[in-house]
Write a protein that binds this ligand. Sequence first.
Ligand SMILES: [Zn+2]
Length: 364
Amino acid sequence: MKKYIISSVLILGSSCGFAKTIYTGDRIDGVPVITHLDVNDLAAGKKYRFMFKGSEMNIGQSWYTPVIVVKGNNSGKNLLINTGIHGDELNGAFALQKVMKSLSPDKVSGAVVGVFQASPNSLMHISRNWYMATDSGEYENMNRIFPGKQNGNTAQVQAYKLWNDLWKGNAQYVIDLHTQSTDTNYPLMVYADYRVPSAQQMAELIPADQIKKDPGEKGSVETTFIEAGIPAITVEIGKGREYQPEYVGRTVTGINNIMISLGIIKGSITQTAKTQGAFIGNDMTSVRASTGGYAEVLVSVGDNVKKDQLIAIQSNPFGDLIKEYKSPVDGKVLSTGSGATREAGGLLVRILQQNPDVKCNNGC
Ligand SMILES: [Zn+2]
């Protein structure tokens, strides 16, 4: 009985709102600033813009993350679409802008939350990492530190605020938009945890070129949501730094498909991973430079490669061949390094493959 009373109070607490949307009263470029978002608290049938107040810089001012919420006329599911975790990965911003622009609250059931610049610090530096000014400068990969720390460094605090005050209570399904890093290429590809049926369904609704069945990365946005019982996928949209309209267009189609399948919008699903002929692999192998030098990658994204096929060479500053790299497996080229110089550890070629080991059925 005692237990029953406690759980009743907790349910009452969450539905009656200890966590309503909190407005600071400030506006930035005319947009209201919030420190906490609760989509349940917003009036239905409207499209909202917010600036979410994140962690503070060394100069005592704050980082802000632009957010659009489309709260439908009718009740339904809540979808969170995030981008800008890595600051040199920009195709996701274009895809999200197009999706949010297309949504009209009177044609939406449920809510769609679009988060545009999750790591404004990293975006400002056009860098994979969040840069911290303290102690001669330090870096943090934001996609390895969720759910963050309340009393951590700037990046950890930003992660904590994103997780607790912007994302978690507002998401039943999550799409996190990325690209490959600077000087490396992906096609349109999806990392998805195939142990979670809804994650598999979302992945295969994207007309991707390749899908990796993936057990996830600790501390990433996707895996932290999966661990919290919320289906999530990571969509990788081509290469870093550039705008690639064809990949962006297919990403928008895929997100629309997911919204249709969740009943958020009406429409028909046409182009999917299946119609695109996506290659779905359960394992991948990265061939990395073992020394420094000028790199020639001899294969392209999407090529089929055979074990022992020559896939890259490296030369020294005089032009002498110093290293040959062969594919260790049969598979399909998922990623290539496009930077002309590579140092030890730099990616040359990543190959997506079908590992026959039963342990890899849902991804290794
Ligand atoms: Zn990324």
